[in-house]
Design a protein around this ligand. Structure first.
Ligand SMILES: [Zn+2]
Length: 636
């Protein structure tokens, strides 16, 4: 998941890094109406994945056949999940993950059976125990979702772009699939699925599967995903959605009022898939489509197979943000094809994807462009290391230790940026050609499988680094994977374009009129460098001069807008506040909301503003964004 946005503007391209930090603390404790069992500690589970309560390490979860009804008025999903299992180790019970689900009945091979739902464990939810025998094949669970389903955002019509129909979408990563499907919810557990989804007539349903391209009269849609995927890639969206084709394997879905803009914005997506294939081998998922969600989507993008979910904040009208898709597309190799075995190995998904995404950008836009992404990423890495070192230095290791914690605690810049820089170092050390051949083979050898950090390091040791003790020594792998901070051999990108930006900033600070600065060809990334490196607080007068020359307050570019509004709060530059309120009312990305509200929370006057605005617009945000912002604003 995540979001790296690249921006093209006519010939120009801009890119930007967007990281989202999901912070969720589960506080609900609904008692179940079934026999309660004393809650177990999260760290007493079997298997290497400490975030699933299932026993799917002993029982194969082969296929899911989902038959659900989506009630937009009641804001509830109900129906049955029929699992095909192979009880190869002759277990006496099947254990599945659930979160705030009401279980109505359970059947094993057609026979109704008693079951047991544990009391909820913080973060993890409730284990569902189902008696099975060694010959059991089909397990059916009929259930309803609860109002605390963390994966689901139910939007009222006024929260959508067209404001006519309600909308639902899911966000299952990291462990939220269990809040809408009883499942074995670990990244290392793969299964195929088919689904029948009934929605109100007039709405369309889409999943991470083969998808319809037009609405039907019945309101019932059927889906098939014949390639095994983990539960965190289960996805569903329901709304007034329409489709527009880009080429024979790519296209875009959006609300009718957004579809033309979205189609225009994503013109280059087909070309991007071709570029990715040239780098690391065939795209193996069939179609690649993009769904543009209503503004409340809490993250930039989610790599749901065959159908990337993305924020509408990348629809800028000038294709300036379309390359955000490069990150989600890259996940079709790193993440969806070769998947981290546990959330402790998250860098295996995100570090690889950041690296891959920058290679796509370099291919499409040139090295001086991707160098800017690397440098902004390095700055983010330094900030993350500084922040995390204070509380828990081990959170700056690549291999994480999330035992007993919310897996979203690991969603920092470390797996993304430290991971990507580690791979960049390997590339620099062994040479690009050798590294590219290795990566292509790695994706091929591990296709549709999961991998731990240790298995990857062992694979690299016996292939890429075999008989190359010089490279091995200079990489200092342990310092990267099992050590804190930024190792001394961390590579840095070229600074060619940013040196020019820095020179212009110094001129401005020495009172050169902004209109005289050489900014004419700047992309979003140059503007971000220009603003990021300003002194901590500019005067209102300096802010006004910048605004007069560059119209930052009115920018349609949400990356620049967010940074500018943070600076406006810091400088108490009030002319920007009305536009800032509009921004906060319409944008749901935590990457934007958290720094902006966070800056307000630093002064008494700002706290008053943050509380007032948050209370007004909280309902527009996704439950995941609400959870982290509640902590930041309401619980202080
Ligand atoms: Zn990602």
């Amino acid at each position: 998941m995540l979001t790296f946005a690249f921006y093209t503007n006519s010939d120009m391209l801009r890119n930007i890094v967007i990281i989202l930090i999901a912070v969720l603390a589960l506080t609900s404790c609904h008692k179940r109406n079934v026999k309660n069992v004393k809650a177990k500690k999260a760290d007493s589970m079997v298997g290497i994945d400490v975030h699933t309560l299932s026993n799917a390490d002993s029982i194969d979860m082969q296929h899911l056949d989902l038959d659900i009804n989506v009630d937009m008025a009641k804001k509830q999903i109900s129906g049955c999940a029929l699992w095909t299992i192979n009880n190869r180790t002759k277990q006496k019970e099947l254990k599945l993950d659930t979160y705030d689900l009401t279980i109505d009945s359970v059947y094993v091979d057609g026979q109704k059976v008693p079951y047991q739902l544990d009391s909820p464990i913080k973060f993890l939810g409730s284990a569902l125990h189902i008696p099975v025998s060694s010959s059991s094949k089909m397990v059916k669970i009929c259930y309803r979702t609860g109002k605390d389903a963390r994966a689901l955002q139910w939007l009222d019509p006024q929260q959508t772009y067209d404001k006519k129909y309600p909308f639902l979408y899911t966000q299952s990563e990291s462990i939220y699939a269990r809040s809408w499907i009883p499942c074995a919810d670990g990244p290392g557990i793969r299964f195929t699925y088919s689904a029948k989804v009934s929605v109100p007539k007039g709405l369309m349903a889409l999943m991470s599967a083969t998808n319809p391209q037009e609405k039907n009269d019945s309101g019932t849609y059927r889906f098939n995903m014949e390639i095994p995927i983990p539960a965190y890639l289960m996805a569903l969206a329901v709304g007034d959605i329409t489709f527009s084709s880009i080429d024979d394997r790519t296209g875009v879905y959006a609300e009718p009022g957004m579809i033309e803009k979205a189609r225009y914005e994503f013109e280059d997506v087909g070309r991007m898939v071709n570029t990715a294939e040239q780098l690391y081998g065939p795209y193996r998922w069939g179609r690649y489509d993009v769904l543009v969600l209503p503004p409340g989507f809490p993250i930039g993008g989610m790599e749901n197979p065959r159908l990337t979910f993305c924020t509408p904040t990348i629809i800028a009208g000038d294709r300036s943000l379309v390359s955000l898709i490069a990150h989600e597309l890259a996940h079709s190799w790193s993440g969806n094809l070769v998947t981290n075995a546990t959330w402790d190995d998250f860098w295996m998904n995100e570090g690889f994807t950041d690296y891959f995404e920058r290679r796509i950008v370099e291919q499409m836009l040139g090295k001086s462009y991707s160098d800017m992404l690397w440098e902004l990423g390095y700055q983010d890495l330094v900030t993350a290391v500084n922040d995390l070192s204070k509380e828990n230095p081990k959170d700056t290791w690549l291999k994480l230790d999330l035992k007993g914690r919310d897996p979203d605690d690991g969603l920092t810049d470390i797996p993304y940026e430290k991971g990507a820089h580690f791979l960049k170092l390997i590339e620099n050390t062994v040479g690009r050609d050798r590294f590219d051949q290795f990566l292509a083979k790695y994706f091929d050898a591990h296709a549709f499988k999961t991998i731990t950090t240790e298995a990857f390091l062992a694979y690299m040791d016996t292939t890429l680094l075999k008989d190359d003790s010089v490279s091995k020594k200079s990489l200092d792998i342990n310092a990267w994977v099992y050590g804190p901070g930024i190792p001394a051999n961390c590579p840095r990108a070229g600074q060619e374009r940013f040196m020019k930006v820095d020179a212009e900033r110094i001129k401005f600070l020495n009172d050169t009129p902004p209109a005289n600065l050489a900014t004419v060809d700047w992309t979003t990334h140059e503007w971000l460098q220009f603003l990021r490196q300003m002194p901590p607080a500019l005067s209102s007068n300096q802010m006004a001069r910048l605004d007069d020359a560059f119209r930052f307050t009115k920018t349609g570019n949400s990356e620049i807008a967010d940074l500018w509004f943070v600076m406006a709060v810091r400088a108490n530059y009030t002319p920007a506040f009305p536009e800032m309120e509009t921004f906060l009312s319409s944008v749901g990305r935590r990457k934007f909301l958290e720094p902006l509200y966070g800056e307000m929370m630093k002064t008494p006057h700002g706290v008053e503003m943050a509380v007032r605005l948050y209370q007004k617009y909280r309902k527009n945000y996704h439950p995941l964004a609400q959870e982290s912002l509640d902590k930041l604003i309401l619980k202080k």
